[in-house]
Ligand binder design. Sequence first.
Ligand code: HSE
Length: 310
Amino acid sequence: MEWVKAFAPATVANVSCGFDILGFAIDGMGDTVKLQRREEPGLRVVSIQGDQGRLPLDVEKNTCAVAIQAMLDELGQDIGLDIFLEKGLPLGSGMGSSAASAVAALVAANRLLGEPFEKKDLLPFAIAAEKAACGAGHADNVAPSLLGGFVLIRDYHPLDVIRLHVPEGLFCTLLHPHFELRTADSRSVLRDQIPLKHATLQSGNVAGLVAGLFLEDFELISRSLKDVIAEPYRAVLIPGFYEVREAVKAAGALGMGISGSGPTLFALSKGSEKAEAIAKAAEEVYRSIGLGVDVYFSEINTRGGYVIEE
Ligand code: HSE
């Protein structure tokens, strides 16, 4: 096999109450990576499309290359690979852009090498790439991008990743305002310590959300979409956050929060009609505050990263 092309989807990390431990994948949007074998050993990032020349070609910094190198180091192999990345996701958007690139690269590399790893075992390599991209090795984007569905990272040391149930008819609306927020900046506003009463509230909501998913109890999901750890500090970085939340709730959202580290916002709803109404309601708010926005809605993606051509 000389070349493989793979796709990995966008993701919503945190899902309000699950800071660094919950995430889910979105249908339709994502990044594509083609890998081509080369005679002489070593990785080379040959081209990146859709990034306006902003992502590094340097293999020490490029998330695709960092992820593949971590995998090759584990295998003790030194093969020659050319990397071609097509960005389908905007940078600094909070939709798991760096994660989707790393996951697509790993899914392609794994296939090219004859699938030495099961899909879930690619996760540590994707986390290494995430660390290189934003300074923190969180898995709440890479895990759902790789595995699809709703994912819980119960622990990082050792890694314990659990796929949760996705209720039929659960939709996500994404609201991507036209500005960037770097994950490192959005993490820098967070506090190192949280009050005990916030830990209690947050644990209750995570447990409620997980139970709500398994019970397909949309009311419980709705009551649980609350975050007292990150959102209060990050919301101030996102113009219109509270106005948009009021409008999307009135339009039938189960809840709304910051997608990953922002500035994209996500809203969950039951059914596609509500998802569309939420998108329209949010567009009006953004128009009223003079901020451009892209809106998108889809069901939860349960497939994750996959090979599209070889
Ligand atoms: N859990 C991470 C954060 C996700 O909130 O910083 C970054 O996309």
